[in-house]
Design a protein around this ligand. Structure first.
Ligand code: NAD
Length: 419
């Protein structure tokens, strides 16, 4: 089991999440009593022997952390990355605890990780690793216990192998063990773009609240989240003027034809050499554009001390996890800019994962329309809850979302007699 994180650990965790927990001391009845959230409830580690294609065996460190299960089974993805560490998985499991609570789904928070560079693995090595992960951790996970999902460098296909391995070990069909599965194994309609749709719903709720109509948007990151968000916002009549991927970005002040861009991106795999009035720009310039809404949808720490003063957008919608550093967040807090935080903005993914789990355990499958309508209900309610706290406490959305999320976890702990 993991050792105690020590007195400052929560602050350290929350600094990484760009939140100063101390500030939300007075935000709720139980907020002061956050000791129980200082450590994860369960930490499982393994060193997985992986048979490589050339016959050699490599030992791969792997983790599964169940941070808090007061509100329900723990829920969170498994990432394959060369920088995975127990500390990182712990931080992400904590974030999942708060995110599930903010959108009010009956899950706790967990996370898994494997310290490996998957680009160096063949398909068969990847499959063996995925199956080995389940063989090592199957005793601790389960549809009513801890439910994994995809994360960085893991996908539908890997979730399919993991589901299959789990069902083979248990000797029965248990599709509720994992979400983000292929549709053929019980995946949910609408899951592939749920994070983006959730973000679009949250943004439009905010615009409605402020009586703002259509907006000009720049999106950093053209992967699953960024590209689907660009498409959804374009379809809803907003003007997406810039997008980027790791190689750089493009700008068209008249608005990019996103459907054309999708066709080109699918064919060429990059954003370069677009026709028309499109200018190629750097990622740095994209973050500094004078637009209504800036959407960091790529990786963490993109807005930091050195570039925060150059950000001109009025609204920042955090679709990536932790795209703003703590230092930059403090600067933004003092400005008149609005940050819609990751634990609210990108919670659509875990919400539809919950719907997938519901479909699996009830054996009743929903239409895409039903999934999207339910997602809207959950996201709108979460936005209204966060808005209400932000008004009542006179704080920003990030602090309000943390107050909401932490309060509900602590209420559940209290009902269990743990506080
Ligand atoms: P992805 O791998 O599909 O896409 C990432 C995109 O970011 C790619 O276009 C990549 O080229 C770009 N990118 C990478 N490094 C960059 C850099 N230095 N500068 C600019 N662009 C860069 O990942 P994704 O699933 O779209 O996830 C994006 C973010 O959203 C991550 O922070 C992820 O944790 C978060 N998130 C994703 C989901 C989900 O359902 N996929 C849910 C919640 C949060």
């Amino acid at each position: 089991m993991d050792k105690d994180l020590g007195n400052n650990s929560m602050e350290t965790l929350c600094k990484t999440c760009s939140v100063q927990l101390e500030k939300i001391k007075n935000g709720g009845r139980f907020i002061d009593n956050k000791e129980i959230l200082k450590t994860p409830k369960k930490v499982f580690t393994a060193n997985i022997p992986l048979r490589m294609d050339d016959g050699t065996v490599e030992i791969i460190p792997a983790f599964r952390i169940q941070y808090n299960d007061a509100r329900g089974p723990t829920k969170g993805g498994i990432r394959f990355h060369k920088n995975v560490s127990q500390e990182e998985v712990k931080k992400l499991a904590f974030l999942m605890t708060i995110k599930s609570s903010v959108v009010d789904i009956p899950f706790g928070g967990g996370k898994g990780g494997v310290k490996i560079d998957p680009s160096k693995l063949s398909e068969s090595e990847k499959e063996r690793l995925s199956r080995e992960y389940i063989r090592h951790f199957h005793r601790f996970i389960g549809p009513e216990q801890d439910i994994p999902a995809p994360d960085v460098n893991t996908n539908e296909k890997i979730m399919g192998w993991m589901t299959d391995e789990y069902e083979k070990i248990k000797g029965k069909k248990l599709p509720g063990i994992i979400t983000g599965k292929p549709l053929s194994l019980g995946g949910s309609k609408g899951r592939s773009y749920a994070t983006s749709l959730g973000g679009a719903i949250i943004l439009e709720e905010y615009l409605k609240e402020k009586d703002i109509g259509r907006v000009e948007v720049a999106i950093q990151g053209f992967g699953n989240v960024g590209s689907n968000l660009a498409k959804i916002l374009h379809e809803r009549g907003h003007k997406v003027v810039a997008v980027s991927d790791a190689e750089g970005g493009i700008l068209d002040t008249n608005g990019i034809d996103i459907l054309d861009l999708f066709k080109k991106y699918e064919k060429d795999g990059d954003l370069k050499n677009m026709e028309g009035s499109i200018e190629e720009i750097s990622n740095k310039k994209l973050l500094e554009l004078d637009v209504d809404v800036l959407v960091p949808a790529a990786i963490e720490d993109q807005i930091h001390e050195e570039n925060v003063d150059d950000v001109k957008a009025d609204i920042i919608l955090e679709m990536a996890n932790s795209p703003i550093t703590t230092e930059a967040d403090k600067v933004l807090e003092k400005s008149d800019k609005v940050v819609i935080p990751d634990i609210l903005a990108n919670a659509g993914g875990v919400t539809v994962s919950y719907f997938e789990w519901l479909q699996n355990i009830s054996h009743e499958y929903w239409t895409e329309e039903r999934v999207n309508k339910k997602l809207e209900d959950y996201m709108v309610r979460a936005f209204k809850d966060v808005l209400e706290i932000s008004k009542k406490e006179g704080c920003g959305f990030r602090e309000a979302a943390y107050i909401l999320g932490i309060r509900k976890v602590l209420e559940a702990e209290k009902s269990r007699g743990n506080l």
